[in-house]
Design a protein around this ligand. Structure first.
Ligand SMILES: Cc1ncc(COP(=O)(O)O)c(C=O)c1O
Length: 317
């Protein structure tokens, strides 16, 4: 029994929590994984995070995720940085413990680093050292129809934060902008939102980057639209260039999306998923288009070949 009955804590998960200012951590069962009520992440969303995933026991894109985590702290003007080697040990240990208890699954690994625990004072000089929390749980396989039919998105009134207000390229624990957008999108009949910025340019989904195909050219919002620099987005841009698929990072509007041939999302956990309807209207012929299908295949092949080159945590369980 614990005080969190009737919540949706994923039972089959493993959690590691570090001690502020120390180089050790504890792994605890999910229903005993508590942080302090004086934590700044709880009060102000004053944390940064990453979601890494495993394929066949291999932590994919660790360097890119660690670099982005570090960059988020820079954008968040952190005076103290955590021990990154400790975070890496926590991630590996949490995954290994998951595999040995629950079996060899593909894992979603969420790493949150809070700026610290302190008084309920907004000034971060009043808190102590940062500390990390790692949660590992299974990524359930996506239903087949996501790839074969595509998903539906909705437009929303809510605008993506401006870079000047809260940089979207900082992956902070403050996701309220995105929370409000997904609630509105669901109300409008979509599973997620196409968010535009204050100038009306398309930015991203609430937890994914967006691409369209327009007159045979792949377009994705450029960084100046105000987006997270997605790690999957970068892989797709590289694949387009390698395979001579015309691609542009640029600004475009929601009208461009309604009149495009294909629309798709990208993210670490979902790779590429076609979006075939927006606000109930067909995108192209309302089926996953040829460019989306071939990029999805290229991305999966690229990931599979990279995974083969790296050591698997399965061997160390
Ligand atoms: C706002 C936002 N945009 C884009 C992405 C996709 O980024 P990545 O491909 O690195 O997972 C995410 C992922 O969480 C996100 O939260």
């Amino acid at each position: 029994m614990n005080g969190f009955m009737n919540t949706h804590i994923p039972e089959k998960s493993k959690v590691a929590i570090s001690f502020p200012g120390r180089s050790d951590f504890r792994v605890v069962p999910p229903n005993e994984a508590y942080v302090s009520v004086f934590d700044r992440s709880f009060h102000f969303g004053d944390s940064v995070y990453e979601v890494v995933r495993t394929y066949d026991g291999v932590l994919f894109g660790m360097k890119e995720h660690t670099d982005r985590l570090r960059n988020s702290m820079k954008l968040g003007l952190w005076a103290h940085l955590p021990d990154f080697s400790l975070i890496e040990r926590m991630i590996k240990d949490t995954c290994r413990q998951y595999f040995s208890e629950f079996g060899r699954k593909d894992l979603y690994v969420r790493v949150t680093v809070s700026r610290g625990i302190g008084d309920t004072n907004i000034d971060p000089t009043t808190c102590g050292q940062p500390y990390a929390v790692v949660i590992a749980k299974e990524i359930p396989p996506a239903p087949d129809w996501h790839a074969t039919k595509g998903v539906e998105f909705a437009t929303v009134q809510r605008r993506r934060n401006s870079h000047e207000a809260l940089p979207p390229s900082m992956k902070s624990g403050n996701y309220l902008n995105n929370v409000l957008a997904i609630v509105e999108a669901k109300h409008n009949g979509g599973s997620d939102a196409v968010m535009v910025n204050a100038h009306g340019f398309v930015t991203e989904g609430t937890t994914n980057n967006l691409f369209i195909v327009k007159n045979g050219v792949v377009w994705t919002p450029s960084m100046d639209a105000g987006i997270l620099e997605g790690i999957t987005r970068a892989m797709i841009l590289n694949l387009c260039r390698q395979h001579k698929i015309p691609v542009e990072e640029r600004l475009f509007t929601i009208q461009d999306v309604f009149s495009c041939e294909e629309l798709f999302l990208s993210s670490t956990t979902r790779e590429i998923v076609p979006i075939t309807k927006l606000d109930g209207q067909a995108i192209g012929n309302a089926k996953p288009g040829p460019v989306t299908v071939s990029l999805r295949k290229l991305l999966r092949e690229h990931i599979a070949s990279e995974v083969k080159k790296q050591p698997s945590l399965f061997e160390m369980v």
